[in-house]
Design a protein around this ligand. Structure first.
Ligand code: ADP
Length: 282
């Protein structure tokens, strides 16, 4: 690993600590020997190819995977079943949209932890309304969740996670399937929440548009490949090891841009065209 401890120990307990964690499902390992500390107030992005274990990382914090080795500690304590240690925003694609439920009902589920309580009290409804207003979806409260755009659905699930004012917010691909403007709005909102003190961990496939703008990224491919600020972590070597494919890293006016290297076929095609152009010049 390149940067085993990017954040100096602060003499306090990490909010989340993975100690040599190997975990998975039904005896099959998804993450191997992961040791990571996340401190209060951080904003962390998890990067890696599909199947790398990013969702599993979030689920391990929630206590929803089998731990084969090591320990996951939240606020210094092993996870206790039944006590949700964090607000969780699932991947929109994993949600069953046939479930007949309105935006307000989705948001009120955030109080119950699991399942909607039809007897939500007045205080809870007011809190839900305040959060929906902050996220710009209050006018959609009575709308069926299925009748919303991707960005609005994302916000409804974010509102559900936020009603209980969690110290820690876990988001699985919060910008997948939304347009550029909505993606930037969601990121802006998350930065604001982080600024207000919420610790945030998200997974993303968007290296340049999302991960490059976060203070800390963790590259995962079953194991932690690298951990640190994007400027240090985004090297051709780390990115290639993370994605298992050649990657090019370009530094341009303070920006780091990561690109998949063209396939060999394309490179050969380019080389042939250049050679032809060279012939023409001569
Ligand atoms: P990512 O989020 O990076 O795409 P995941 O954490 O979803 O990766 O998956 C990591 C590995 O665990 C994959 O091999 C996946 O097939 C497996 N996996 C994920 N969820 C389950 C599950 N509920 N049951 C069995 N295997 C699972």
């Amino acid at each position: 690993m390149l940067h085993p401890f990017p954040h100096e120990p602060r003499g306090e307990t990490p909010l989340v600590e993975f100690r040599g964690v190997t975990c998975g499902y039904g005896g099959t390992t998804a993450l191997v020997d992961v040791s990571v500390s996340i401190w209060e107030g951080e904003f962390v992005g998890l990067l890696g190819p599909s199947g790398a274990g990013k969702t599993t990382f979030l689920r391990a914090i929630l206590g929803a995977v089998e731990i084969y080795r090591g320990q996951v500690l939240v606020e210094g304590r092993p996870h206790h079943r039944g006590r949700a240690p964090a607000g969780y925003v699932p991947q929109v694609e994993t949600v069953d949209w046939n479930f007949p439920v309105t935006v307000e009902q989705v948001v009120l589920m955030g109080f119950a932890g699991r399942g909607w309580l039809p007897w939500a009290g007045r205080e809870e409804r007011e809190r839900a309304r305040a959060v929906m207003e902050r996220l710009g979806i209050a006018h959609l409260a009575g709308r069926h969740i299925r009748a919303l755009s991707g960005g609005q659905q994302q916000r409804a699930f974010l509102a559900r996670a936020l009603v209980s004012s969690p110290r820690l917010l876990l988001l699985d691909e919060p910008t997948a399937g939304v347009d550029i403007k909505t993606r930037d709005d969601i990121l802006h909102l998350l930065h604001e929440l982080n600024h207000d003190g919420t610790t945030i961990v998200l997974t993303t496939h968007e290296i340049n548009a999302v991960a490059a703008h976060l203070p800390r990224v963790i590259c995962i491919n079953q194991r932690v490949v690298a951990d640190g600020p994007p400027a240090q972590v985004f090297t051709p070597e780390v990115m290639s090891r993370t994605y298992g494919a050649p990657m090019t890293v370009v530094h341009h006016e303070g920006l780091v841009l990561v690109a998949e290297r063209p396939h060999r076929y394309y490179e050969e095609h380019l080389a042939r065209s250049r050679a032809r152009e060279g012939d023409g010049d001569a």
